[in-house]
Design a binder for this molecule. Sequence first.
Ligand code: NDP
Length: 337
Amino acid sequence: AKAWHLISRPTGLPTMANFALRDLPDAPLESDQLRVRNLWLSVDPYMRGRMNDAKSYAASFQIDQPMTGGAIGEVIESRLDGFAPGDLVLHMGGWRDGGVIGLDMMPNKLPAAALAAGMTPQTFLHNMGLTGGTAWIGLLRIAAAKPGDVVFVSAAAGAVGSAVVQIAKAREMTVIGSAGGAEKCTWVSALGADAVIDYKGGPVLPALAAALQKLGKGGVDVYFDNVGGEHLDAAFATASDFARFAICGMIDVYNDGKAQEMKYLIRAIPARIRMEGFIYTDQFIDCMEEFYADMGALIAGGAVTMRETVHDGLEATPQAFLGLFSGDNIGKMLVRL
Ligand code: NDP
């Protein structure tokens, strides 16, 4: 098997020179291990933080070590109870085409019933996994969004954002989505958003204010932040009283860590804004059953769908990852092996 290794720490936007594809040693299985052939790899913005040496919520990648991340694999050989050849598993041994997976890679069998009902395996890397779970937890638990709320979501044509749009519409909220470019905005509208802002077409705040006015709404009740910067400031400027901000991500500053100017932060006081950052894994265990039942029903009923942007072959993994920062993806960015 082969795996991408991080060979130097990026400054700014990573380049191909930070990565190398290397052979993995072919070891016999020990107890509690699986050998898998990977079918799908996830690339996610949080992986950029893991390329730094700084302490964060996800452990740093180590130099000259194989990188990890969400993946779907097929079991080839098993010395782990409950797993047999042919089983499809979700695990953390991504950025590679397969190999030995131990308990540290958190293997979980995909539910046979969902697969039999026609759900694709890679759905567990998006709507039924990390990005769908993040959308669901952030919107419904952290922001406590309820029917009638006006929800503003940035990166609305991405994996998390597009799930937020659809869950919010299924719960009878008014949704304003922001995305870069006409094609993405058309798709976000098709998902049901009541208004869409193309943030590449001009400043966010006037566009957001105009969208609120056109919808006859006084302000943003819930802001789901995937971007930070100008989007977050526009949300401060337009927040209704007692607005809730779910701070999910700030991709605008992942590469350069630049200062974010917040001209309207002071509105947190008169508007009594509650702002809460959250990490999917902290909340997930607590609400897992409710999430799977609710999201499974939304997907089965057609209320929540996903578009996938697929790169083929292990070699394409770094390009797929880098594409997240230039907006190359519509919906979930995936690598198919
Ligand atoms: P996406 O599928 O949304 O891909 C990233 C998108 O971000 C791009 O397609 C691009 O879309 C947009 N983008 C990139 N750079 C900028 C920029 N400078 N300004 C505005 N938009 C930008 O990724 P995910 O759905 O996986 O993740 C979305 C966010 O959620 C990220 O911030 C991520 O870190 C966060 N996240 C947080 C989790 C948590 O537990 N807190 C868990 C999972 C994700 P466009 O073309 O529209 O610019």
